[in-house]
Design a protein around this ligand. Structure first.
Ligand code: AMP
Ligand code: MG
Length: 412
């Protein structure tokens, strides 16, 4: 017999079974959205040399001490420093060097003056009308990163900023974890493929789950191994599970449907025969029947068939597992949970934790307010559209009134 677990218990149990996949080196541009498996240190100071933050003139700040609009200081221009072609001339007393953003600071200069603070005098001179303090408009070598500093850590996802930092440190092929390969499976004699022309016959239903699962897998930055459909048949279920969990195939199988108490629900028996079922039911709404187990090293998530139940349980149980397999740290697996207020009354019967699809916005006082997006039945797909969050009501809740504090799980 399996005890019905709370959501958090089931999540912990799942994560305890997940091992991060192996790592490999990829060309930098191909590593986007993958997870670093090793720390990265900088091989240089950043910026690598003192340079100008502006287009203007490099000066000795001391020479400009007395400069003002009524009594400007005259300096002789002795050269130009451009990004990519530094000036060889030193700045000596009474001189300035024309300098562009990113160009190296010439010797002896310790400040730059913006064009706006200068009156051009003639071809070879400037009149400085504002004094410059030492370091003014300079970007010092190493002010961003010092040579040898750790700039990125294992477990960090490579986004645009991380990719820029990897490029800046000359990391041509970062070491990243392999993405999990995930096979998705829909079940049901009544389910028809979208390739079928015309309106599905009475009693049948288009296969939306297989697309929802395939999309969720890819949104979780995992690889889609294959999309499979099986009728309600024990043999075919076993054969498919066996094939998908064979060595070199999927790291994870996610199925939807056929996991309840119905006479034609064969997912659980197939998993029990081929591998090990770890738990079966979770006290949540939508989504109660949900089996998790393993066949050899392949993780098996058997989600309920109702379209919304499948998506909510994927979000709560499969996505964190895929993130862990991909190499994310334990504190980076779950969605951010915030607090806000309910924008209307929400009913709830105590017993199970409930996830209510909702649209959350910021309020004028910088708080958050959440509004359910429509009917909340587990087959009501239309209220998933436009939902950016779930309002989470715990199992003891007797519902909330308008304006009451609520827990909100953000989806983006
Ligand atoms: P089950 O969990 O198999 O009992 O399915 C629960 C409900 O979800 C039933 O109404 C099914 O028709 C529906 N359903 C199951 N699989 C799919 C699917 N792939 N696409 C759309 N609806 C489905
Ligand atoms: Mg079914």
């Amino acid at each position: 017999m399996f005890r019905m677990l709370k959501v958090a218990e089931a999540q912990l149990q799942i994560i305890s079974h997940v091992r991060v996949l192996n790592s490999m080196r990829l060309p930098l541009i191909d590593s986007l959205l993958m997870i670093l498996s090793e720390e990265v240190r900088s091989d240089i100071d950043m910026p690598p040399f003192d340079n100008s933050a502006i287009d203007g003139f490099a000066v000795r700040s001391f020479d400009t001490l007395d400069a003002s609009i009524s009594s400007p200081t005259k300096l002789r221009i002795t050269g130009e420093s451009h990004a990519g072609s530094p000036c060889e001339t030193d700045v000596v007393e009474g001189t300035a060097i024309r300098i562009m953003t990113g160009a190296p600071i010439p010797n002896n200069a310790d400040a730059c003056i913006m064009v706006e603070d200068i009156q051009m005098f003639d071809e070879g001179h400037i009149l400085v009308s504002k004094s410059a303090l030492p370091g003014h408009h300079l970007r010092r070598s190493g002010e961003d990163v010092r040579k040898g500093d750790v700039v990125l850590n294992p477990g960090q996802a490579i986004g645009s900023a991380e990719m820029a930092m990897l490029a800046a440190t000359g990391t041509k092929a970062p070491s990243v974890y392999r993405k999990p390969s995930v096979a998705v499976v829909s079940t049901g004699d009544e389910v028809v493929d979208i390739d079928m022309t015309g309106i599905p016959p009475y009693g049948s239903i288009r296969n939306s789950n297989i697309y929802a699962l395939a999309a969720l897998v890819q949104e979780s930055c995992a690889e889609l191994h294959s999309m499979n459909h099986i009728p309600d048949d024990l043999n075919q279920t076993e054969q498919l599970f066996e094939r998908l969990s064979a060595a070199g195939e999927a790291d994870v199988i996610v199925s939807a449907g056929g996991v309840s108490m119905g006479d034609r629900d064969f997912i659980k028996p197939a998993l029990e025969k081929l591998g090990k079922l770890e738990f079966w039911k979770v006290a949540m709404k939508p989504g109660k029947p949900l089996a998790f187990g393993k066949i050899e090293s392949t993780l098996i998530f058997c989600l309920p068939g109702n379209p919304v139940s499948a998506m909510v349980t994927f979000e709560l149980f499969v996505r964190p597992a895929l993130r862990r397999l991909s190499g994310r740290n334990l504190d980076d697996l779950f969605r951010m949970t915030l607090y806000g207020t309910a924008s209307c009354e929400i009913a709830h019967i105590p017993g199970r934790e409930e996830y209510i699809r909702a649209f959350t916005t910021t309020t004028s006082d910088s708080g958050l307010s959440s509004q359910p997006t429509g009917q909340q039945g587990s087959g009501i797909l239309s209220s998933m559209i436009g939902a950016n969050s779930y309002i989470v009501l715990d199992e003891k809740s007797e519902g909330v009134h308008k304006g009451e504090r609520i827990k909100i799980m953000m989806l983006n």
